[in-house]
Design a protein. Structure first.
Length: 547
């Protein structure tokens, strides 16, 4: 930690093998700047961007996080700026080779004792040490804390008490927006224990090949959104009448009720019927009260968007530490974004609790490789321009930092897009632990799919900034740098930039995130997104054809 307020020239080097480091100082540093170790900048370098720590010749590997993030395309003298134009993208980890390695280990896996299997010991693979694995797994000095949640009749628990209006097709979006606004204005004040009304408008339901291969992805996503614990099993399913996705396919809970708008006598009658049924459901929801619940009832999603070069050394490792705390306390955590972990998959496979989990993880990666290949798109389409302005040169560098959100816990399962976390039959609690939920990297699609998978709270890291939010679940925004936290004091919930500034360490910020999650899940604190009502539209992932 820094012990004085003097602004010194600083850089962050993650691993002893690294040949580049990132500039810490806000506004960047000028040519000729000297560091305490004698390094002198050959040119001006912006904040977050990489500086060569040694002379790097064309074709030589460029190393960050102790991993090769690219190969030099030109001579890079010590002290020069290593931007995205200086790196050639390396080949991705070979999925077939990983599968072959798993097959080779299968005999030893079968020979493990039953005791070891129940302890979920991660697979062992050589040469796959992640920078995140240098941290010590967190532990509790006393009993893990609880949170205050709403118990549902099916055994699940909610952190929000919401009335859900779920359309079977996009045609009703306008009607549901009007109805939701009137319900909120005219009815909700009578039911103070209900947090709000959410219309789950989406773009699916008709004009699609409803039985095509992979149509199960958008369909199960909508089904699982309708059954989200925050609706208490009381979501109202709204159909038009002629759509391909009939509302009966969405109404999977016993108390789901269906209204068809084509059965109503005009627009006013549609809204009146929606309000009539909604009020009966509000009266039931209003009776719910929070009560202490173990963290084994809590499901937390982690995601990143608008990332920068600090994300992988401040916000994401701190979120990873909080994730490990949650898992150790019995909670369920899911991380996602296939393209943003694909180049770090060789670091994730060894953390799988079994050969089957490892194979499923690789299978989801292969599916997405093929999905991108259909349109002649490869992984170089990520990162975005803003990521590059923030110092991220390519997807390899981005993936290595993104994977840090998962901490170091064993991966107990892999979820296909929109699939729910499996539940124990006796208690309906999530089978706790760390999951990888296969989703696109798109913030809005990933958020929608994580909601379908059952998250109660989402923790979202950002370096460039985004007002992204979800109406169905609180989104805790963590900034990777203090510049953004100071610029957006009423949008950023936690400043992880203090790690780069030297005024905090990863474990401290990780503990802060963990505590904030418990407070938000318990209703004791509100995220800035909830304070302002900043909510993005749901975006359903539909890889199937549109007719």
């Amino acid at each position: 930690m820094l012990t004085n307020k003097e602004e010194k020239a600083r850089y962050i080097k993650v691993n002893g093998k690294d040949t580049v480091a990132i500039i810490v100082n806000e506004g960047g540093l000028a040519a000729g700047t000297k560091f305490s170790d004698g390094l002198e900048l050959k040119e001006a370098i912006p904040q977050g961007h990489k500086v060569a720590l040694k002379d790097i010749e064309p074709g030589e590997p460029i190393i960050r996080y102790g991993m090769v993030i690219g190969y030099a395309m030109r001579s890079l003298p010590k002290g020069s700026w290593v931007d995205e134009t200086a790196l050639e993208l390396p080949a991705p980890p070979d999925l077939d080779a990983l599968l072959a390695q798993l097959s080779h280990q299968e005999g030893s896996l079968h020979s493990r004792t039953k005791k070891k299997q129940t302890q979920k010991t991660p697979l062992s693979m050589p040469n796959t040490t992640s920078s995140a694995q240098s941290f010590v797994a967190p532990s509790f000095q006393s009993e893990p804390p609880t949170f205050e949640g709403y118990r549902n009749a099916d055994g699940t628990v909610a952190c929000k008490n919401l009335l859900g209006l779920v359309p079977s097709v996009q045609c009703m979006a306008g009607v549901l927006k009007v109805a939701a606004a009137r319900i909120e204005k005219e009815l909700l004040p009578r039911y103070p224990h209900v947090d709000g009304v959410v219309a789950l408008n989406h773009s699916y339901g008709c004009g699609v090949a409803i039985s095509a291969a992979e149509s199960e992805i958008p369909i199960r996503t909508i089904q699982n959104l309708a059954s989200h614990p925050h609706f208490g099993g009381l979501a109202l399913i709204v159909g038009l009448g002629c759509e391909k996705l009939q509302p009966e396919r969405i109404a999977t809970a016993p108390q789901h009720q269906i209204i068809r708008l084509q059965d109503q006598a005009g627009f006013s009658a549609m809204v009146a019927e929606l309000m009539r049924v909604a009020e009966a459901r509000l009266a039931i929801l209003d009776q719910r009260r929070r009560e202490p619940c173990p963290l084994s009832d809590l499901v937390v999603g982690v995601q990143c968007g608008g990332s920068d070069a600090f994300s992988g050394v401040t916000a994401n490792p701190a979120i990873g530490y909080a994730s490990d705390l949650l898992v150790r306390a019995g909670a369920t955590v899911m991380f996602s974004e296939v393209t943003e972990v694909r180049d770090a998959v060789h670091l994730l496979v060894p953390r799988a609790v079994s050969n089957d989990v490892a194979q499923t993880l690789i299978r989801e990666m292969k599916w997405y490789d093929e999905y991108l290949a259909r349109s002649n798109v490869d992984r170089s389409a990520n990162p975005a321009p803003g990521n590059k302005k923030g110092g991220l040169s390519n997807i390899v560098e981005k993936a290595l930092g993104s994977a840090a959100k998962s901490g170091i816990s064993p991966i107990v399962g892999v979820l296909a897009p929109g699939e729910r976390v499996p539940r124990e039959q006796s208690s309906q609690r999530a089978t706790h632990g760390l999951y990888f939920a296969a989703t696109p990297a798109s913030d809005f699609i990933c958020g929608t799919l994580q909601l379908a998978s059952g998250i109660h709270v989402q923790v979202f890291s950002t370096g460039r900034g985004t007002p992204y939010g979800l109406a169905m679940a609180p989104v805790i925004k963590v900034s990777s740098n203090s510049r953004l936290a100071h610029q957006w004091p009423d949008l950023i919930d936690i400043d992880a930039g203090e790690i780069a500034n030297g005024t905090a360490i990863i474990e401290e910020v990780g503990q802060q995130i963990f505590n904030y999650i418990i407070d938000v899940a318990s209703g004791r604190k509100k995220t800035w997104a909830d304070v302002h009502g900043l909510y993005n539209d749901l975006v359903i992932f539909n890889p199937g054809p549109v007719t």
